[in-house]
Design a protein around this ligand. Sequence first.
Ligand code: GLU
Ligand code: MG
Length: 437
Amino acid sequence: MSAAELVALVACDLTAIVRGRAVFVSELQEHLDAGIGWVPANLALTPLGPLAEPNPFGSTGDLRLMPDPDTHLRVGAEPAGSALELVLCDIVDTDGAPWECCPRTFLKRALAELSERAGATVTASFEHEFQLLRPERPHLPFSLAALRSAEPFATTLMSALVEAGVEPELFFAEFASHQFEIPVAPAGGLEAADRAVVLREVVREIARRAGLRASFVPLLDPAEAGNGVHIHISLTDADGRALLHDPEQPAALSRLGGSFAAGVLAHAGALTALCAPSPVSAERLSPHHWSAGALCLGDRNREALLRIPPLLGTARSEHSRQMRLEFRGADACANPYLALGAILCAGLEGIEGGLPSPPVLDRDPATLAPEEAERFGVGALPGSLEEALAALEADEPACRWLGPQLHEAYSSLKRAELAATAGLRLQESCARYAEVY
Ligand code: GLU
Ligand code: MG
């Protein structure tokens, strides 16, 4: 290691851009203790470049990026290159107290509340899709030829993800052009979101080293499937017993799990503003993109916002362990801490309100006659970011989860993105967002 090697201290901002400052590895310990300076207005930077105006921060104030040593990782360098070394940070006030707009702290609070108020511990996993931006004609979906076309990038990437501690499970070619997916092993809620942040950066880094561009843009080509982030969530009690599983209930979803799901569906509009938050995100969520074409709970149904994935084998203990809810409505423009934290807050509202389990849909929601759609509780997701933001404004509990300053900062960012893309055609916005994400 050269004496001048650098380690980046970073935080994932409200628009899922990872920003921070680099320090000498040899001086890391001091920074682990004291953090490093940060500026409130940095959280008002849009993913398109400029500051969102107006924003709640202005030119005043000081903060610290406070590294969490548990997240320290290093992906080794290639010859003549530099290692990717970083530590994820919380954003704190200068006195060390958590800052009210820190997304990672938002998730920590949501996890603590779910534990205190419902006795539930979260295990989660973020499943990412992305595309390599390549001019040549793509190979067929899921084909070996498509997999081979991604070599040696794929093998190098998977080793880098192992090195980064992300625990990737597989690599496969998806449906759209040069599209790939990497599911990762489940972890505790905070670590799962940390892994989502790291996975995106490692994919981009390894692509860059290979002379490629990888993009997690929610939609690259409006004629094709988009890039989703599917968030898998399971809940256990203090003794590690599965809380979502009950073989006596429809689709084996326990009453508590049903209430959690109902809470998520009840707040789906506000959640969309936080989970699918770019001006091109809503287009991915339209029917028949195999993403989340409708607001409903589905058993093994890829058009449902919330899906119960299949339980494999026959052993009840295995089923309890596998049982989870898959939220299909997120994308990589969402901050993983905000997305997961908000889903958990919505689920907790459902549990505390004792909401009844939603009906479980077993078919394509787009084929339902209106009265069937009503019987299955099938609704529509917001058709645009404007509609999603309006749903957030109108959702009093969701505004409360965020708190006034985080809500204001978030809304001003999203309004600035909408204003900046107002004159663009969909395809142009997709191309612009593909450059950033
Ligand atoms: N590409 C789809 C999405 O945008 C997901 C396809 C699948 O993995 O089921 O969410
Ligand atoms: Mg997929």
